[in-house]
Structures are given as structure tokens and as C-alpha cells.
Design a protein around this ligand. Structure first.
Ligand code: XMP
Length: 526
């Protein structure tokens, strides 16, 4: 059985970064709640445990704790920031102080004792007899703490200090317990990845087993184990990355027992329906049931102006259409979903990352279908999902697609959605995206699209007065869609895009560029 590292989430902003760093080193990591039962930490496949940072102060009541028997399991444990303080607080002899000076940002760490955690970390200037005579290594590290450890627990040695923090790293080598007051996971900490490497391979003695080939083989084996020869699976394909990779993976594992439903709600971009059909039905030979539901969606949306009402109508209609089609299929026992790790963490469900669980009535499906849920990507980060997609042979246009909202173009048309407006927006949007393919700022773009507002203005085309729509262009950079900035598209590119749109799209006589960040704007307009 492959070994893994558990990362205990104390609510710190960096918990996901820690989990990523471990996986980057080729070891599987799983984020767990501090309330996870002790038995889970004691399992054989757990090679080590990391207690993450967190915003709480142990001086305050209600600060999260952990079963202190965790330190008796004999598993290597690394406490980071709050995690180290908690370790000092729970173990005999340790003492914390909240009186100390808080330290935020850059700090110079002096390693004063040899420690397996810092092994192989070059001494500054390559000089082992360091300039101040007693530190073995000096590193720039990133600190963010108010409380500090004032006295190490019994059996612990202080390994490093900074100017403000006397106990910046400590260890009990015999019990394999280590603590760092600083954050090795952030980029600003020098040699942070080496520290994790030391913890994983020297202290936890885990082997690399987390590679995309292994992930693929492991996922396929798990699917085969959990599904019988009679089980059929239905999956809703959206054209997005997650459902596409789920489909390719399931198809490789169970072949034609996977049935995909692709609902064309008429709110997709130019060429999108054809692209999905081509990739899945033609290139992959995955049985694809395309459901033409354009009229149904447009009828339901007729006369509706309110953004939230539009979203609700689309969501509900989607479920109804899917349900109707899924019922017609024979032998379906599972519903597959493209849930990924960030969805799991965001929904606060980060317990054991089991791939398969029983469920009824999910997403509005009728209870009598009694479909079980299968979510094979539940433990993967987005970039791992993309790599897996590549490994499965999916084309780049699908894997590296920009995020596209479920309600589609309906939330990029301000006010009522009509066939005419959809056609205008599709054409302008396609020109914009096509031009950006060759743009100098292509790599900076997280999402780029056109928006059609519900106003018209006066213009002149070929000596004649026009009364047409403006098109709003939006291009943003972001790493997680939580915050975003507008992309500085070069003037001459904007000029070309604007001219192409007004020349080609008859109903459009003006082009404007949205230069609002998020916050205060959002990425989408509705
Ligand atoms: P906002 O507009 O809130 O968008 O800044 C943040 C990110 O979420 C996407 N988005 C959606 N995705 N269903 C989705 O699947 C939706 O209803 C939805 N609304 C917004 C948006 O495109 C951006 O990436």
C-alpha cells in the first residue's frame, strides 16, 4: 500500500500549499480535520503527520486542539507555526508566551544545532564555520505569528532562532517530533522545499509514489475494484476540464458501460458543442448522448431579467433534462461527478478522501433511481487533473480551457436572453478569443470573454446613423478566481480587436474594455 502524509488543517491559509508541496515531491498528501479519529492517524499507510498553521491563539478559549495521544503513535510529526505551538502546549514541560513580540514577514533564521530537518542545507557563503561563530546555517524565512514557544517540552532541543524568536525550530529526534515557527511552504522561505524533502525522505522514510502514471493506474484499479461487471455509470459532460477528465478515465476503466449525457442548453460559445462532440464521440469513441434542449432553455428564460432568477432557472432546467435522459438509460447504477479536491475542501468535507460513497437524490435526481456516486478526481488538485487528462490523451483545447460558468452566456448577456443576442455575443466573443490566441499577454490570461449589455448607443457606419449594441471585453489574470486584475492588453491589439468586432458584427457599433479588478468587480458581469 502506498504511504501518505496527513496534513492537519487548523484553518491556516497555507494548508493547501503544504499539501501541494508534499505532492510536488512525489508523495501523496491528504488534508484532514483535527477532529479526525486517532485510529485514522495510526493507520499503517500514514508515514507522517504535519500539523499546519492556523489563525487561532492557544491563549484563547476555543482554540482548536488535537488528541494528545497523537504524539504517542510513533509517527513522525512536523508542527508548523500554530502546529508547533500546539505541540509545545500539549507535551509535558512546554510553555507558550503571548507576551513576546510578534513577527510577520521576512526573518533571518540561525540554525544553531545539527538537525535532520536542516540536513544538506548549504551554509551561507559555503562556509561551515559561519561568520558569527555559532550558527551552522542561516536562511531567510517567512514568519507570521503572535504567540511563541517560551520553553520547549521535555526531551526537546532548540535547533534554530531568529532575532525576535528564541525558539524558531525545535526537535525531539528520538520521538521524531519536530516544530518550525516559520513557514517552509511559502516561496519566500529559502530552502523550504529541502526542509520538506528532509522530513519526507529522511525522517518519515517514505518513498516517491505519487506520479501521474501511478495516479492513473491507481484510479483505474480502484474504479474496477468498486464497480461490478453489471454496473453502468452516467456522467453529465459540461465540456469543462473536470468532467472531461472524469469521462476519459472512466472510459478507460469500464469502456462502454460509461454513458455520457451532454446537454446543449444553447448558452455555449461558438464551436463548443461541435468540439465536445468531436473529441468524445469521434476521437475517444465514448458513447455520447447529446441532448438538444436549446428551445426549452430559451423558453424558460423568456422575459427574465434578474441575474439570480436566470441562474436558478438554468440550474433547475438542467437537472430536469438530465434526469429525464438518465432515466431512459438501461442498467445505470452510478452517477459520476467531476468533483475535485478544491471542491471537497471548500465544502468543508475534508474527511477521508474516499473515492466512492453511497448517496441518494444528489443534485435533484429522483430518489427511486438510487444512484450511487462515483467521484474519481476527489483527491486531485486542478493541475493534477490537467496532467491526468494529458496522460489520458485529451487534447490541449479541452485540458487548458479557461473556466466557463455553468449558466454560460446567459450571465454574459445583461437582461433578457434572446436568440438574437446570443448570436451577437457568440460572434464578438469568438473574435476576441481568436485574437488573444496570438497576444503578447496570452499567458497572463485566466479568463477572457465578451459581455453584451442591455443598452444601445448612437454611432455611424458607412455614413449612416446606427443605433447598436456595445460589446464589453473582459480579460483578467488570477490564480484562483477569488481575486483578479484586468490584463494590460497592448493598445494596438485592442485596436485590432475593436475594429474587427465592429466591422464583422453588424449589430455592434462600439467596443469598450473593462478595467475593473476583483474586488470590487466580479469576473463575470452577472
Ligand atoms: P465571479 O464572477 O464570481 O466568478 O468573480 C468567479 C469564477 O467563477 C466562475 N463562475 C461560475 N462557474 N457556475 C460555474 O460553474 C456559475 O454559476 C458561475 N458563476 C461564476 C467565473 O467564470 C469565474 O471563473
Amino acid at each position: 500500500m502506498n504511504k501518505k502524509i496527513l496534513v492537519v488543517d487548523f484553518g491556516g491559509q497555507y494548508v493547501r500549499v503544504i499539501a501541494r508541496r508534499i505532492r510536488e515531491l512525489g508523495v501523496f498528501s491528504e488534508i484532514v480535520s483535527p477532529e479526525q479519529e486517532l485510529d485514522y492517524f495510526a493507520r499503517e499507510e500514514v508515514a507522517g503527520i504535519i500539523l499546519s498553521g492556523g489563525p487561532a491563539s492557544l491563549a484563547e478559549s476555543g482554540a482548536p486542539g488535537i488528541d494528545e495521544r497523537i504524539f504517542q503513535l510513533g509517527k513522525p510529526i512536523l508542527g508548523i507555526c500554530y502546529g508547533m505551538q500546539l505541540m509545545a502546549d500539549l507535551l509535558p514541560g512546554g510553555r507558550l508566551t503571548t507576551r513576546g513580540i510578534s513577527e510577520y514577514g521576512r526573518a533571518e533564521l540561525k540554525v544553531s544545532q545539527k538537525s535532520p530537518l536542516f540536513s544538506g542545507i548549504a551554509f551561507k557563503n559555503g562556509d561551515s564555520s559561519s561568520k558569527n561563530g555559532h550558527s551552522l546555517a542561516e536562511l531567510t524565512v517567512w514568519m507570521s505569528h503572535g504567540d511563541s514557544v517560551d520553553k520547549p517540552p521535555q526531551g526537546f532541543t532548540v535547533v534554530a532562532e531568529t532575532a525576535e524568536t528564541a525558539i524558531a525550530a525545535l526537535e525531539n529526534r528520538e520521538k521524531q517530533l519536530y516544530g518550525l515557527q516559520f513557514h517552509p511552504e511559502v516561496e519566500h522561505t529559502e530552502r523550504g522545499q529541502k526542509i520538506f524533502q528532509n522530513f519526507l525522505f529522511d525522517i518519515c522514510q517514505v518513498e516517491k509514489s505519487w506520479s501521474i502514471e501511478e495516479i492513473k493506474a491507481d484510479k483505474i484499479a480502484t474504479i474496477k475494484e468498486n464497480l461490478s461487471e453489471e454496473d453502468g455509470v452516467v456522467l453529465g459532460l459540461s465540456g469543462g476540464v473536470d468532467s472531461a477528465v472524469t469521462a476519459a478515465l472512466l472510459h478507460e476503466a469500464i469502456g462502454d458501460r460509461l454513458r455520457c449525457i451532454f446537454i446543449d442548453h444553447g448558452l455555449l460559445r461558438q464551436g463548443e458543442v461541435e468540439q465536445v462532440e468531436k473529441t468524445f464521440a469521434e476521437e475517444f469513441a465514448i458513447p455520447l448522448l447529446k441532448v438538444e434542449a436549446r428551445d426549452k432553455f430559451l423558453q424558460k428564460l423568456a422575459g427574465v431579467q434578474e441575474p439570480e432568477e436566470k441562474r436558478q432557472i438554468i440550474g433547475e432546467t438542467f437537472v430536469r433534462v438530465f434526469e429525464e435522459e438518465a432515466r431512459k438509460l438501461e442498467g445505470i447504477t452510478f452517477l459520476a461527478q467531476g468533483t475535485i479536491y478544491s471542491d471537497v475542501i471548500e465544502s468543508g468535507e475534508h474527511q477521508q478522501a474516499e473515492t466512492i460513497k453511497s448517496h441518494h437524490n444528489v443534485g435533484g435526481l429522483p430518489e427511486k433511481m438510487e444512484l450511487k456516486i462515483i467521484e474519481p478526481l476527489r483527491d486531485l488538485f486542478k493541475d493534477e487533473v490537467r496532467k491526468l487528462g494529458e496522460e489520458l490523451g485529451l487534447p490541449g483545447e479541452i485540458i487548458y480551457r479557461q473556466p466557463f460558468p455553468g449558466p454560460g452566456l446567459a450571465i454574459r448577456i445583461i437582461g433578457e436572453v434572446t436568440e438574437e443576442k446570443l448570436a451577437i455575443l457568440r460572434e464578438a466573443d469568438a473574435i476576441f478569443r481568436e485574437e488573444l490566441e496570438n497576444s503578447a499577454v496570452k499567458e497572463d490570461i485566466w479568463q477572457a470573454f465578451a459581455v453584451l449589455p442591455d443598452i444601445r448607443s448612437v454611432g455611424v457606419k458607412g455614413d449612416a446613423r446606427t443605433y447598436g449594441y456595445p460589446i464589453i471585453l473582459r480579460a483578467v489574470s488570477s490564480s484562483d478566481a477569488m481575486t483578479a486584475d484586468w490584463v494590460r492588453i497592448p493598445e494596438e491589439e485592442l485596436d485590432k480587436i475593436s475594429r474587427r468586432i465592429v466591422n464583422r458584427v453588424e449589430e455592434v457599433n462600439r467596443v469598450v474594455y473593462d478595467i475593473t479588478s476583483k474586488p470590487p468587480g466580479t469576473i463575470e458581469w452577472e
